[in-house]
Design a binder for this molecule. Structure first.
Ligand SMILES: Nc1ncnc2c1ncn2[C@@H]1O[C@H](COP(=O)(O)OP(=O)(O)OP(=O)(O)O)[C@@H](O)[C@H]1O
Ligand SMILES: [Mg+2]
Length: 373
């Protein structure tokens, strides 16, 4: 593994939590997809060190993640990433109080590598171990650090309960987050995730992988009214999503369009597609706010998390929706939306605080719905 593939995200107490000498330190490891990442986070909400080794260059030529290549890359990277994370903040393994790692859901080859590394460290040192659900990492990281729609600090800390739009590469759900380990599903996708739709539409346009960030940036220069995309389920009650019809509409329109696509065509296409996705999210969240379980819980904060939470139009639209419903909007800072070790370390600390530590063998799981926690 070469040095330049390692991104050192944050060192020092970047997110400025409080100072408490007795803070609990957690080493978190993430390896469920195409990032090998580790972070040391303390219970005062400080990220002491954070290393993300991204495999994107390895998978780009295939237009998506190749599980076998991902597993091999995790094996090669894991020891270095953990060692560099400790070195980056001058800590020894003995300084760490808790070890946490993703135990699913995800590509099982990668999950096994991160989980075995964490298990090995915990057994060798006698430290407590937390098996983190990757989706819980996404769901709880806004409590480590929350940003507003424009990227500034959120108006307040994200306290339970909150209404969460979890939109990532593999998942798309609306959840009522009542507490650590307490997730009530209000809506979910009936087919694809939003991230999958972004990636597939980008691939159809020949824009490369991962497609979400490219579509987002091309959409900024485009006309969202030019192409008529469907808004599946938006005329129906309920909070579920469907994105496969939007993908099919994209395929049909592109098959009729003259090639090569002009820059203006691609920008307008991205803007029109993204606007359909945003409308679906706003429509479904509007219904979720009327759901009787959500009304009874009266969450004060509307949160978006997962890789798709990086999307500028989704953040802006959800910010407006929150304001119109007297809620505060919060999202993780951009660097904590896609997969990262800090969210796993933070979820490890939150679980440790409520006593959810491993007390026997754990079998990593490729599928592990949040509602089964
Ligand atoms: N600016 C953006 N706009 C839209 N989508 C984005 C943006 N940035 C990233 N994404 C999408 O986020 C997804 C990756 O998110 P994430 O890392 O959370 O997924 P994952 O870990 O593979 O899936 P899961 O968390 O469900 O297991 C990709 O589909 C990517 O295209
Ligand atoms: Mg993820």
């Amino acid at each position: 593994m070469t040095e330049e593939k390692i991104i050192k995200l944050n060192m020092g107490t970047l997110y400025g939590g409080s100072n408490d000498d007795r803070a609990t330190l957690c080493l978190g490891i993430e390896s469920s997809c195409d990032e090998t990442s580790a972070a040391i986070v303390d219970s005062n909400r400080n990220i002491l060190a954070h290393i993300i080794y991204s495999q994107i260059p390895e998978h780009q030529k295939y237009g998506g993640v190749v599980p076998e290549l991902a597993a091999r890359a995790h094996i090669l990277a894991i020891d270095t990433v953990v060692r560099q994370t400790l070195d980056a903040c001058g800590k020894k393994i003995d300084d760490i109080d808790v070890i946490a790692a993703t135990a699913g859901p995800g590509l099982i080859g990668g999950v096994l590598i991160g989980w075995m590394a964490a298990t090995g460290i915990a057994h060798a040192t006698g430290k407590p171990l937390v098996a983190v659900n990757h989706l819980e990492g996404h769901a709880l990281v806004p409590r480590l650090h929350a940003a507003d729609a424009a990227g500034g600090d959120a108006a307040c800390a994200v306290d339970f309960p909150y209404l969460l739009m979890l939109a990532s590469g593999g998942h798309c759900q609306i959840l009522l987050v009542r507490g650590v380990g307490q997730y009530e599903q209000i809506g979910q996708t009936l087919d694809d995730s939003a991230g999958e739709a972004f990636d597939k539409v980008a691939k159809m346009l020949g824009l490369g992988y991962p497609g979400g960030p490219i579509v987002d940036s091309r959409a900024r220069a485009g006309n969202p009214e030019r192409f008529k995309f469907p808004r599946p389920l938006c005329d129906k009650p309920g909070c579920d999503f469907s994105f496969s019809g939007i993908k099919t509409a994209a395929r049909v329109m592109l098959d009729k369009a003259p090639t090569p696509y002009t820059e203006e065509f691609v920008n307008d296409f991205c803007a029109s597609f993204q606007s359909a996705v945003v409308d679906c999210i706003v429509n479904r969240l509007g219904h979720a706010m009327d759901d009787k379980r959500v009304r009874a819980a009266a969450p004060k904060t509307l949160v978006v998390a997962g890789g798709v939470a990086k999307n500028s139009a989704i953040r802006a639209a959800m910010g407006k929706l929150a304001a119109a419903n007297n809620m505060v909007f919060a999202a993780p800072p951009l660097s904590l939306c896609t997969d990262n070790g800090a969210m796993i370390a933070w979820a490890g600390l939150e679980n440790y605080r409520v006593g959810r530590v491993v007390d026997g063998p754990v079998a990593p799981r490729p599928r592990w719905p949040l509602t089964e926690l």
